[in-house]
Design a protein around this ligand. Structure first.
Ligand code: MN
Length: 229
């Protein structure tokens, strides 16, 4: 095939315990998946209908130790620590009871948010893309295969910034657990190998500034360390 310009490199994430990479196709995110976070944002808790948005695949910054540039056009960059789910298999209308069979593995990441732009978008009923889908808005740890670590049940998810605990929850507090998210997403999109899912954040979202160091942890499975510069 002759391409008119060089084919862009495929975004990819290291797979823990191996020399392979997980290629990223799309990044789906669920909003308001922990009641305490919905409450702190002044949003209603909807247990019937999940709310999804997306980031571009090349928003990932992947590794155990990452450097994230403070984004342009915001005065209020927020962290949202989230478990990240990587899919090995796709499909449409995936039954909830078979949903976990589609998972390749798990990591921990930050759904970085230009909170000021998000608030402005909400006020005007505009889309969230500039608030959520900017460059380097999706730092993520290595992916740990479910074949090694299993499917996380009631793990602790936490974020420290400059050694202070900012966010902490148990995965049990998710309104839509992973199998339900996959089921619901697959009603809206035909899911595919390489798709990533950011599974929502608990309360405690707050600002990051240049020089901050962060450590996100998913139980004893995954860790993501980094710095804002
Ligand atoms: Mn989020």
């Amino acid at each position: 095939m002759n391409y008119a310009i060089p084919v862009p490199a495929a975004p990819a994430i290291p797979v823990a315990g191996s020399d392979t990479l997980f290629p990223v196709r799309r990044i789906f995110c669920i909003g308001r998946n922990y009641a305490d976070h919905a409450k702190e944002m002044g949003a209603a808790v909807d247990r019937q209908q999940p709310m999804f948005f997306m980031k571009p695949a090349d928003a990932i910054v992947a590794g155990e130790e990452v450097e994230v540039r403070y984004p342009s056009a915001t005065q209020d960059l927020h962290h949202e620590v989230e478990m990240v789910v990587a899919l090995a298999k796709g499909g449409a209308d995936i039954p909830r009871e078979r949903a976990l069979d589609h998972v390749f593995g798990y990591g921990v990441g930050l759904d970085l948010t230009r909170r000021d732009l998000q608030a402005a978008a909400k006020a005007k009923s505009h889309p969230w893309d500039a608030a959520k889908g900017f460059d380097q808005s999706a730092p993520v740890s290595a992916i740990h295969p479910a074949s090694v670590v299993g499917h996380p049940k009631d793990l602790r998810l936490s974020l420290h910034v400059n050694d202070a605990l900012r966010q902490e929850t148990r995965l049990d507090d998710m309104i839509f657990p992973v199998d339900a998210i996959i089921h619901e997403l697959s009603k809206l999109w035909t899911l595919a190998p390489g798709d990533l899912i950011y599974s929502g954040t608990p309360a405690g979202v707050a600002a990051l500034v240049r020089g901050d160091r962060f450590i996100a942890r998913l139980g004893d499975i995954a860790v993501l360390q980094g710095r804002i510069f």
